[in-house]
Design a protein around this ligand. Sequence first.
Ligand SMILES: [Zn+2]
Length: 221
Amino acid sequence: MIIRLPENYFYTARGPNNYAYASNGTLYIEGYVNFEHLMYNLSYTLNGYGRCYYCGCILTRSNRTLDHIHPRSWGGISLPDNLVPCCKSCNNEKTDMTPEQYEKFKKIHKSDKQQAFYQQCLKENRDFMKSRKFLVPEDWVTMYDASQLIEALSFRFLEMSKMKKLEDYFKTVKQYPHPIVVSSNGWLFKGKHILYHARKIHRPVVPAIVLENVKVIMNSS
Ligand SMILES: [Zn+2]
């Protein structure tokens, strides 16, 4: 997928040679940059800090958050196309609902009925994940040959609790809980545990979101 980019963009991360910038519609990432932080910054640059996407209230430093439009728990990853500025109370209320579900939820006035509706949404989403891959737009996801991938971090830093959760999920649902995220030149941004698991069970192809206009440049220093 092609991610949205501002015309002029420069982001500095910790350390002298770690930064990112946009040029001619491509985002170049040089050195070590925390991908999630970069995407949050990019989203604020594109969308501003102004108003809550859902209720329209004015956002302040203390009530400002970013909401994953397609919920994180259903495979919605942190990308500018999936993040909107949102107040804390809307974010807490929306939790694991899709935007369509949340619209319906807001029209229900009795709290016990809201709760029942929310539970029904969770069930629907779970069933959807079991049958049709992820709750993100289908055209974002491609099947990717993971053998070509370059990992920025070693597998030594795998969290075992995450690994166990992933293995359990894979056993029951027969797929991964979210796609991996990679740059156009094959650098892994997200999904280290998935990649490790896929290699362990000799599964060369994994679902991925390939960021066609994002490129990683590793400086030799
Ligand atoms: Zn709000």
